[in-house]
Design a protein around this ligand. Structure first.
Ligand code: CMP
Length: 153
């Protein structure tokens, strides 16, 4: 095991408390705890930039983040929501195309547990909660992909 034993059991305990992960069996949670990377952010840091390509899924273990979205390249970003401990984000870019559909920034100090694409697909991506969010944003995503050249330049 790559992670220390104490850290591993702390991660397990936290993951078990995440509502969307309630249906995950113990051995799957344990694998998630094995592969995740803990990352830290400060006020205003970009955790995700809209339009960038992405390969990672984030679970907030401390603090709050703000999700904003630019609907088209000539509009100001719009505030969508605040997410906090036990919430997750970054799943959209891991399904199909890999473009980030919104920006996510830290509100104060933030700790995230980060899971790579392959582990996400194997362990988490099949959950109803996680896969159902996609439907709402399919249309917007197609539009954003068309604009990806703008955002990445
Ligand atoms: P992704 O597109 O990979 O990166 C940005 C993330 O912001 C996205 O995945 C979602 O997890 C999250 N996100 C996008 N739109 C919303 C929304 N309307 N409400 C909550 N979270 C969102």
């Amino acid at each position: 095991m790559r992670t220390g034993l104490i850290k591993h059991s702390q991660y397990m305990e936290f993951l078990r408390s995440v509502p969307s992960f309630q249906s995950l069996p113990e051995d799957v949670l344990s694998k998630v705890a094995d592969v995740l990377e803990e990352t830290h952010y400060s006020e205003g840091d970009y955790i995700i930039r809209q339009g960038a390509t992405g390969d990672t899924f984030f679970i907030i273990s401390e603090g709050q983040v703000k999700v904003t979205q630019q609907k088209s390249s000539n509009e100001e970003p719009e505030f969508l929501t605040t997410l906090s401990i036990g919430d997750w984000f970054g799943e959209q870019a891991l399904k199909g195309e890999d473009v980030r559909t919104a920006s996510v920034t830290a509100v104060g100090e933030v700790t995230c547990l980060v899971v790579d694409r392959e582990s996400f697909m194997q362990l988490i991506g099949g959950l109803d909660d996680v896969s159902s969010r996609q439907n709402e944003s399919d249309e917007l995503k197609a539009k954003l992909e068309a604009e990806a050249v703008f955002f990445s330049s």
